[in-house]
Design a protein around this ligand. Structure first.
Ligand code: FCB
Length: 470
């Protein structure tokens, strides 16, 4: 299949290749070695919340099998591995007492990565808030941002001598709007103003964590966002206005405070009186907008939106905060098993537009990109995931397009290293470049793994003199 030849994709010297995972999605060992419960334990154990009642109790058993997983990463030849820390392993109550055994686990993982020549990229928060903090209001309350700073200090004190790249939060859009407005993710709340407060407190938590990381001398500090490439279903004034509201909800809530030092201008049009600002204080913008070394972006698929005239009645709206927007699907393309349309050129457009819009945009890492496919195991035990290979190849080509257009992209982390617990969608959605048999925990590298390995090897061969990271 010459069209899929990795050598045809050319990246700048020093470009980082990696894979990504998240603690609750792979670790399992949910009640071992002093780990406290997180909102995802509570949510997944509540009947009806996840497909098939799936939980992360065992997941990929990575907590015990990490040496094998690091070996797989090593054979893949990645420069870097992005993993997240489970806050409730470190502080079972979310604040105060520190669980040494939790820190020891991440110590071991980090050391094995370094021994394999792989540079760690740590996400401090990938959605698994300690349940004890949720019981005190979770992200709806400001104190949680302060607790996050305290937790960050504990982690950087232990790992800061070996971890260079730090990501404060993963996709705060999901933590706030999917968790507290739509209720499709933990903690499963459907609210209005409290979800906006959660978004603000997440940003504040990020700002506090940046300060703590800087004080600790961290080399590279950033945040990961799932900004969306959004288009209007038509040029009608109503759909164009819906587009602006969707831009506020999905993108500007994050990009304006982080990169332009202000709150989004379209708040009133989007949320009306729900955005009452009661959760903001003077000085917050200065904390939130502290300069970053990079922004991490996760990209999977674009969105198209239309005006939803029957607001209150329309249950297809994504959030309980009715913004009068409905998603449409005009894409006559293949869709992954998530139901997401495959539109690689939207990836280029998102990056190029963002770069134009924010002159202060820091360098970009793609911290997630990948596809869920209906993989099958062949008689000889291999997994020929041709659709995933094509997805990765086309998105990497789209990324090269953005780099050629002048966007400063420094690296790409494929989602995901392993098949894993895909949140409310359970184990049916397989995103891994390595298959996990959940009965035996056997790992099988798929064709996409081999393809990605060749891509990385070809990049190295093209830039032999380049110092890789670490
Ligand atoms: C992102 C999440 C990640 C994974 C992918 C498919 O939104 O950050 O954990 O679930 O989607």
């Amino acid at each position: 299949m010459s069209s899929a030849s990795p050598a045809s994709l050319v990246f700048p010297p020093g470009f980082t290749f990696g894979t990504a995972t998240a603690s609750y999605q792979i670790e399992g060992a949910y009640d071992e070695d002093g780990r406290g419960p997180s909102i995802w334990d509570t949510f997944s154990h509540t009947p009806g919340r996840t497909e098939g009642g799936a939980t992360g109790d065992v997941a990929c058993d990575h907590y015990h099998r990490y040496p094998e997983d690091v070996e797989l990463l090593s054979r893949l030849g990645v420069d870097s591995y992005r993993y997240s820390i489970a806050w409730s392993r470190i502080q079972p109550q979310g604040t105060g007492a520190v669980n040494e055994k939790g820190l020891d686990f991440y110590d071991r993982l980090t050391d094995s990565l370094l021994a394999a020549g792989i540079s760690p990229a740590v996400t401090l928060y990938h959605w698994d808030l300690p349940q004890a903090l949720e019981d005190r209001g979770g992200w709806r309350v400001r104190e949680t941002a302060e607790h996050f700073a305290e937790y960050t200090r504990v982690v950087v004190d232990r790992l800061g001598d070996r971890v260079g790249r730090w990501i404060t939060l993963n996709e705060p859009f999901c933590s706030s709007f999917v968790g507290y407005a739509e209720g499709r993710h933990a903690p499963g709340v459907r609210a209005g103003t409290p979800a906006l407060a959660a978004a603000h407190h997440l940003l504040l938590a990020h700002g506090h964590a940046v300060q703590v990381l800087r004080e600790a001398g961290a080399r590279e500090v950033g945040i990961t966002l799932n900004l969306d490439r959004i288009e209007a279903a038509s040029s009608s004034p109503a759909d164009q206005a819906a587009l602006r509201r969707a831009e506020t909800l999905h993108n500007e809530v994050w990009t304006e405070p982080l990169f332009a030092g202000r709150y989004p201008t379209g708040e009133a049009e989007t949320w009306g009186t729900l955005a009452d600002g009661s959760y903001r204080r003077d000085g917050d913008l200065d904390i939130i907008g502290a300069p970053l070394d990079f922004v991490g972006l996760n990209f999977y698929r674009p969105l198209t939106v239309a005006d939803a005239p029957h607001r209150e009645a329309d249950l297809s709206l994504r959030t309980a905060m009715d913004i009068g927007v409905v998603e449409t699907d005009p894409y006559g393309t293949r869709h992954t098993t998530m139901g997401w349309p495959v539109v690689p050129e939207a990836f280029t457009d998102l990056l190029v537009d963002l770069d134009k819009r924010y002159p202060n945009l820091p360098p970009v890492y793609i911290t997630e990109n990948g596809s869920a496919e209906a993989d099958t195991v062949s008689a000889d035990g291999s997994v020929h995931d041709a659709d995933r290979v094509t997805y990765l190849q086309d998105h990497l080509r789209a990324l090269v397009g953005a780099i050629d257009a002048g966007v400063d992209v420094r690296g790409y982390y494929c989602w995901s290293m392993l098949d894993n617990f895909e949140w409310a969608r359970g184990y049916g959605q397989r995103f891994g470049i390595v298959r996990v048999d959940y009965d035996t925990q056997e790992r099988t590298p798929k064709d996409s793994y081999h393809w990605f390995r060749e891509l990385i090897a070809a990049h190295r061969a093209a830039h032999p003199a380049t110092e890789q990271e670490h």
